[in-house]
Ligand binder design. Structure first.
Ligand code: EPZ
Length: 426
């Protein structure tokens, strides 16, 4: 297990280039299975979750290679329709191979993805929707843990999502692209990562309209073609580094942030006192004084404030001058970081029944030994270490490497005193 050591108190200054989007890369890597050919994916982040999706592709018989941040995938050969239990348990985004393999082979066997520290994360919306498309489903294995879907023909259908689930929307799109007829998704997710998946598929020859809205229509086509596609930058990584500046005071320029995807993050940080200026390919954020609290911050589906930025904002508000409230509307247990921030002197109380955290800002956080419970919580602890007095050791930071190419490289490039260290260093 790796750890990160942060010596807090410094100001952040300089320029950071934002990596490609993890949550756009993952569904698009699954989508390459729909084309029997070659996909070139540019600006692809070299992160654990992407490496994992590549290992699933290779397990299926495909070939992938890197050239810098360009990923070249050849899915001409797919010799299996089985995604192993180990693969799905290791990373739940493997579930997107459900729709992709079904779309290509009309059959797939895949294990139920486990929950994780932020919630149970069921896939009922995925399965209920795909069943409506003339797809048979059976549950195999001792604990019925293997989902076996098969059909002689996928038929486009009207799909009504109870909740605008990102993954369910993506899995239905993947199933519908080569189906017969038209699939209409009502209450579809509007996240930029759904838009990017649609952009990629349309470039490959799919017929999709309504991307970015709550109503998406897909007309099935016979086949897709080879594509060269460049991923947009990662909105959550951009937001994370903005939160790092907000916690330490500083003056930083983000290069190539996905400006049209981070309105809600900009709005919140602006409201608590950050000075933010944007241009066509940059965002400059400056903080030179203690920030204000935020009265009531609710996480919501896009374009609302993203749940993946909740932990990072909790850190920022822990240092603000007053009382803030955060309500987590998306996941049922995404306040794991509270106990870690309390070790650093944060004053936070949680009402789990209302998924509400009340934060009383303190003047300083104190360095401590803390533990990363998930990807975004780990990033939020790095931010806390930057804003704290003294030394912070963040343990179990492998989860951070799932989504951040090199958080130590990026932050030390703007003056942070941060490095990876071995587990037992104090
Ligand atoms: C995606 O997860 C993201 N992951 C998550 O980012 C993100 O937090 C989430 O969307 C919400 O924006 C990727 O894109 C790889 P959902 P996903 O289906 O698709 C419930 C990160 O840090 N639900 O929109 O799994 C579910 O339990 C990760 O990068 C059902 O009940 O999210 C949750 O409460 C963390 N049944 C809510 O809906 C279902 O069938 C939203 O889930 C599906 C979802």
């Amino acid at each position: 297990m790796s750890s990160i050591k942060v010596i807090g108190g410094g100001e952040l200054k300089g320029e950071i280039k934002i990596q490609g989007s993890k949550n756009a890369a993952l569904p698009i890597i699954a989508a390459t299975v729909l084309n029997q050919g070659v996909t070139i994916l540019k600006n692809c982040p070299r992160i654990l979750d992407v490496f994992h999706m590549i290992s699933v592709l290779e397990e299926l018989g495909s070939v992938a290679k890197w050239e810098g941040n360009t990923l070249i995938i050849d899915t001409t050969e797919i010799s299996s329709t089985k995604v192993s239990e180990g693969s799905v348990q290791k990373m739940r985004s493997s579930i997107l191979f459900l729709g992709a393999l079904l779309g290509r082979n009309h059959e797939v066997s895949i294990a139920y993805p486990g929950g994780c520290s932020i919630g149970k994360r069921p896939i009922d919306y995925h399965l209920d929707s795909i069943k409506r498309m003339n797809v048979n489903q059976e549950f195999l294995g001792e604990d019925k843990e293997i989902i076996h879907c098969y059909t002689d023909k996928i038929i486009g259908s009207d799909i009504f999502l109870k909740f605008p689930s990102v993954g369910a929307t993506q899995n239905v799109i993947l199933t519908a692209v080569l189906a017969e007829g038209i699939t209409r998704i009502y209450n579809a997710a509007r996240e930029p990562e759904v838009v990017e998946l649609c952009n990629f598929l349309v470039e490959a020859g799919a017929r999709i309209c309504g991307r970015g809205t709550a109503f998406i229509e897909i007309e099935g086509v016979k086949k897709l073609n080879d594509v060269e596609y460049s991923l947009s930058s990662d909105r959550i990584v951009a937001g994370t580094y903005m939160a790092a500046v907000a916690s330490t005071k500083g003056d930083v320029v983000l290069k190539d942030p996905p400006l049209h995807q981070i309105d809600s993050i900009i709005r919140v940080l602006d409201k608590i006192g950050c000075k933010i200026k944007t241009g066509n390919d940059y965002l400059r954020i400056r903080c030179d004084k203690r920030l204000l609290p935020y009265k009531n911050l609710k996480t919501q589906p896009y374009p609302g404030f993203p749940t993946d930025m909740q932990s990072q904002l909790m850190t920022v508000l822990s240092l603000s001058d007053g009382k803030s409230i955060i309500v987590e509307e998306i996941f049922e247990s995404r306040f794991q970081n509270v106990k870690e921030l309390r070790k650093m002197g944060a004053k936070i109380t949680v009402d789990e029944s209302e998924r509400k955290a009340v934060i009383l800002g303190v003047k300083n956080l104190e360095g401590a030994v803390v533990k990363a419970h998930d990807l975004r919580a780990g990033a939020a602890l790095v931010i806390a270490g930057l804003g704290a007095l003294g030394t912070t050791i963040i343990k179990d930071t492998t989860s951070i490497e799932r989504g951040y190419e090199d958080i130590c490289r990026d932050l030390s490039n703007i003056g942070a005193n941060i490095r990876y260290c071995s587990e037992n260093i104090l």
